[in-house]
Design a protein around this ligand. Structure first.
Ligand code: 3H9
Length: 651
């Protein structure tokens, strides 16, 4: 880790070398600071080219330092020093510049970049605003309208857009440092470009700010930072650069110290650790270029869409023509909707559909590298599929089940090549939801497990390895959460209060609204099946509602009533009457924070059991499951993080 400085014919080349992402840690800041001082004092230097070693320029400030008080020299002071230098600094950007990496570039006199470079201020993702001038210098350089989505909405700019907007001054084909040196020499011959801080800025007016605030309030889903980034930008436009910088710094420091930012940082590192389990280090995954999917229902088609979006060709198998036609329609609907939203082109839609072979039976699965079964959740049906696949497929074809509850050992039992079986539990809709639970069997080969992680990476999913237990990590915690919520109802707490508490916490909906949306009948049928097997399962509120024909939104009512065409839940006198025999006679008032404490504690308790049993390797894996598969509010980190915080408070 070092910053080096070399005099190249009167121009100093300063190189930041701090793998893996050249993060600007205290040591790096100090070295740049010192070198900047030496350069100012060196008569043999007329200008500076700043560059990063390795595959990218700079990934930003060093986030690992954010849990501690900031250490000097601060980035803001360093950037002012660069800005005030009498020798002009030119930055040579390549790969990625993010956060502080963009901000240091904005403080330079000029910016050149290699083709393919990308620029972003992703600070809002970790609960902060850009804290070293990003909200002030960027709008002065590229205009408020172009800067706002970068500053507050995590928009990335590619090199072409950056050039057009004036974020960079030249794209350098060929050797970047040589090109930057030539640019600096030219620059010295003419009048120097005006610094970003000294450029005029136009206020786009009240209407613009109003619309932007409304858009950001909607898209930020309860997170604080995006709105504060907008405010910081606006304040600098209205009150000038110096005031804007002071306000930005204060906002940055306040947010950095917040629980929300701590939770988002925790998830940032958890998301980066999850794809790289230590046990798989050095193990090469198998190549997957053709995948089979058995079952073209909601889950199967979602998985096919996810695979095609990642460029993997697919063979989709169904039982008959009618089912295949339905699957085809669903898939063209999925891709068509993406095209309508401008995410892909019409040509992409056609290419994605063309990469799917729709077949009946399993014969065409013979040459697949991976086959994912997504058929009805019934052991015998799944075993039928694998009986055929284990005969037809190559011996090295990975065979995966998308079961959400059934023990994958039972599904694979007795079939040839047990080392190639694995559980891959997708979440519906599978082309949207980020979570992929990966469930190795005891005999799964390490390279099959490595292939599952590699697949998650290619599909843009967050992988969470789970051991085998009923419901794996996610559905096991969901069951406990629902049980706890129902226990409160039985004790006399109004279910509308419980749902409201969870919504207030940041969930899109509470447990009872969720049941109404998903339908109460499937879990009812599961309970009935278990009762038929002789299991002693007491009558639940869900049983009474389903028996009275209230299966949820699809039947016009469940826990709540619904008017046709409207998903808004309304209190239901009928549901209350049906449940009266189970619910305590006297209503119990419980405030939202007490309700939350109960439900979050139950989730964390189940999570702790999951850890104790070795089902998950780390508490952060459980939190990733909740955030990416079950709508746990990102800004809260996860039930395990909250429980750990409570334990710390109690100490
Ligand atoms: C900021 O700049 C604040 C300023 O406005 C003001 C300050 C006053 N720090 O993602 P990868 C680690 S806030 C420390 O797998 P990729 C990461 O944990 C910052 N560590 O690589 C991982 O560690 P490990 C704003 C960092 O090639 C390793 O590097 N910037 C940082 O897929 C490789 O990471 C951001 O938010 C960091 N800043 O992607 C950018 N960044 O190997 C965040 C990464 O031990 N970073 N690490 O698991 C990214 O988006 C991606 O890492 C990047 C590279 C695109 C840069």
């Amino acid at each position: 880790m070092s910053v080096t400085y070399q005099n190249r014919n009167g121009i100093a080349v300063v190189t930041i070398d701090n793998p893996p992402v050249n993060a600007m840690s205290q040591a790096i800041r100090q070295q740049i600071w010192d070198i900047a001082g030496q350069i100012e004092a060196d008569d043999a230097v007329q200008a500076v080219v700043l560059t990063g070693a390795g595959r990218l320029f700079v990934g930003g400030a060093d986030i690992t330092e954010f849990n501690r008080p900031p250490l000097e020299p601060h980035l803001t002071d360093l950037f002012t020093r660069i800005e005030d230098a009498t020798k002009p600094w030119v930055v040579a950007l390549h790969g990625v510049a993010m956060g502080g990496g963009v901000e240091i570039a904005l403080a330079c006199r000029a910016r050149v970049a290699a083709p393919g470079s990308r620029f972003a201020l992703p600070e809002v993702n970790i609960g902060i605003v850009p804290g070293a001038g990003g909200t002030q210098r960027l709008p002065r350089l590229i205009g408020v309208e172009a800067a706002l989505p970068v500053v507050a909405e995590n928009k990335t700019l590619g090199h072409e857009a950056a050039l057009k907007l004036g974020l960079i001054d030249r794209v350098i084909e060929g050797d970047l440092v040589e090109g930057a040196l030539a640019f600096a020499a030219e620059m010295l011959a003419g009048p120097l470009p005006v610094l970003a801080r000294d450029r005029a800025i136009a206020d786009p007016g009240a209407e613009f700010w109003q619309a932007a605030s409304a858009r950001i309030a909607k898209s930020s889903k309860g997170l604080t930072a995006p709105g504060r980034a907008l405010e910081a930008l606006r304040l600098g436009v209205e009150q000038g650069f110096a005031q804007g910088m002071a306000h930005e710094r204060e906002t940055f420091l306040t947010l950095k110290a917040s629980a929300e930012a701590a939770a988002l940082r925790y998830l940032f590192f958890a998301e980066r650790a999850a794809p790289k389990p230590a046990a798989l280090k050095g193990i090469t995954p198998r190549a997957v270029s053709l995948a089979g999917v058995v079952g073209g229902g909601t889950m199967g088609t979602g998985i096919v869409a996810a695979l095609r979006n990642a460029g993997i060709n697919v063979v989709l198998s169904e039982r008959d023509e009618a089912a295949l036609t339905r699957a085809k329609d669903t898939l063209s609907g999925i891709f068509g909707a993406a095209a309508k939203r401008g995410l892909i082109s019409q040509a992409d839609v056609e290419a994605r559909m063309a990469g799917i072979r729709f077949v009946i039976g399993y014969a065409d699965m013979a040459d697949c590298d991976l086959v994912i079964e997504a058929v009805f959740e019934e052991l015998s049906v799944k075993r039928e599929v694998f009986a055929a696949l284990s005969q037809i497929c190559r011996p090295d074809t990975i065979l995966a089940t998308n079961t959400s509850y059934i023990d994958p050992r039972q599904i694979a039992d007795g079939f040839a090549g047990p080392e190639r079986f694995i559980g891959l539990h997708f979440f519906s809709p599978a082309h949207v939801m980020k979570l992929l639970e990966i469930i190795p069997l005891p005999q799964t080969a390490p390279e099959v497990l490595a292939s599952a992680f590699d697949l998650a990476r290619r599909l843009g999913k967050v992988p969470a390895q789970s051991g085998i237990c009923e419901g794996f990590i996610g559905n096991r915690i969901l069951k406990r959460y629902r049980q706890e919520a129902e226990a409160l109802v039985l004790a006399g707490v109004a279910w509308a209060d419980i749902d409201a508490a969870l919504r207030g916490f940041g969930y899109a909906m509470g447990p009872f609204e969720m049941q109404d949306l998903a339908g109460l009948d499937i879990s009812y049928l599961n309970r009935e099946a278990a009762r038929a097997r002789g299991e002693d399962i007491p009558t639940t509120p869900g049983d009474l509602l389903v028996r009275a024909g209230r299966k949820g939104q699809k039947t016009g009512g469940g826990w709540y009533d619904y008017t046709p065409g409207d998903r808004k839940p309304q209190l239901s006198a009928e549901a209350a009457q049906i449940l009266a025999p189970l619910v305590a006679a006297n209503p119990v008032q419980m405030d939202a924070s007490a309700i939350l404490d109960r439900l979050l504690a139950a989730m964390a308790d189940e999570g702790q059991r999951i850890l104790d049993e070795g089902i998950a390797s780390d508490a952060s894996v459980i939190d990733l499951v909740e955030v990416h598969g079950y709508g746990f509010p990102r800004g809260k980190g996860g039930p395990m993080l909250i429980a750990a915080g409570k334990k710390d408070e109690a100490k």
